[in-house]
Design a protein around this ligand. Sequence first.
Ligand code: AMP
Length: 113
Amino acid sequence: MAKTLFQRIADGEIPAKLVHQDDRCVAFHDIAPQAPVHILVVPRAPVARIAEATPAHAELVGHLLLVAARVAADQGLRDGFRLVVNNGRHGGETVPHLHVHLLGGRPLGWPPG
Ligand code: AMP
């Protein structure tokens, strides 16, 4: 199977503006930001999407959320932020590698479009 774009970023084969990396995930600025802060938290493991995560991934999924919250604090998002996981066509997923969007730096509308 060909590597996904995010797998190649996690493996250091494609450059990205990294803000965090550890043994389980990387976090980097989205190339087309939808808010003043728009960062993606991506596992190193090739999980396609949250619907394909299994109980074996529970600790990893929790880690992604905790990293996102820590990065939000690092980015100074004291007034709040949003975490988003798009899944499948109706969910707006375009890259088939699990990722958590961290959005902040302005008030975010609800409900999303
Ligand atoms: P999604 O639509 O939830 O699959 O999110 C994919 C995100 O990846 C979009 O917000 C894109 O702007 C972002 N993206 C695509 N290519 C890159 C890249 N090379 N570096 C950083 N972000 C990217």
